[in-house]
Design a protein around this ligand. Sequence first.
Ligand code: NAP
Length: 364
Amino acid sequence: MTATLPLEAETAAHRTERIPVAILGATGSVGQRFVQLLENHPWFRVHEVVASDRSAGKTFKEAADWRLESLVPEETAGLTVKSLDAELESRLLFSGLDSSVAGEAEDDYSNRGCAVISNSRNHRMAADVPLLIPEINAEHIDALETQKQRRAGGGYIVTNPNCSVMGLAIALAPLHKIFGVEAVHVTTMQAISGAGYAGVASYAILDNVIPYIGGGEEEKIEAEPRKILGDWKNGKFEDAPMTISAQVNRVPVIDGHLMTISARLQHKASLDAIREALESFTGEPQRLGLPSAPKHPIHYIDSTDRPQPRLDRDRDRGMAVTAGRLRKCPILDFRLVALVHNTIRGAAGAAILNAELLKARNLL
Ligand SMILES: NC(=O)c1ccc[n+]([C@@H]2O[C@H](COP(=O)([O-])OP(=O)(O)OC[C@H]3O[C@@H](n4cnc5c(N)ncnc54)[C@H](OP(=O)(O)O)[C@@H]3O)[C@@H](O)[C@H]2O)c1
């Protein structure tokens, strides 16, 4: 199949021969979203599910404490959960593994010839691993040629960013492209699903805000957008030359990371020009009509009190970033508020969109 086929023809041709995929970490927060989003996916079908020894040997339905609003998809419910050392039949793996095991396991599978599309932090900043957001840096896929050279089986790893970085990078991308973003201050209010099911005790988060998130959250938010918004040039990633200062908070919201952003631009711009850049932003997934692509990567809302997690996180099936409250900043140039659904656009949905781009480019 080629990327030039019209989407409808492409979809019809593959409805009967969907690519079998495995989900690593299928029982977790992100893993369950993969299972949900892949039900009825036109190009991929869940063939294998993998989790820890606690879950291995049980059916998916027995092993996963299912917490999503839809029912467990029938095609996955009866699959037997495999352990990480199992031989897999699938060549395309979606990973929502805990980062304590993701590094080694993802390396292992990609060295055995698999395409691993990962959510974990372990390989994001590696010198030949794309930190991919198809609307922003589809050309970073070229790094796979370099990566494949060091992998015996010709497999590879592609990653998507930290869930807050997804909202921040998408909001900044059109502005960086047109005006150049020099400096950013961002404060996040992050949902509890971002910590995994067992992540934050209800006694700690109810009636509370916790001004700290472990695992180097602030450092990730300060580093990852620079790689995403940078270039792949002469066999190397070159970071975008911007400084980012991040402060993070865990708040008692189930899904949806909200963030307030202030930024300084290299070329000064009016608020109207900034808004126009946000609203007209579009990229490769929209051009190719990829199945999981949002119609618009950024939706701007005019109301003075939006975006809000409960009201705005599911816009465009959870795949769009919602922005609002654009105004001048008395310290930097402008400020705004952005919202991203952390387990859909910030995790499983992002990885599926990455795989769709790889398929459209004949890389699967
Ligand atoms: N949640 C988010 O919003 C989000 C967003 C972006 C990225 N991420 C990243 O995605 C990954 C998964 O996050 P999560 O929130 O889904 O975590 P989670 O709910 O804790 O799920 C972790 C998954 O990893 C499996 N696992 C744990 N230890 C294992 C082991 N020793 N061997 C094999 N499998 C093991 C678990 O299986 P069992 O159920 O059998 O223990 C479970 O399926 C993390 O790396 C996280 O940083 C999360």
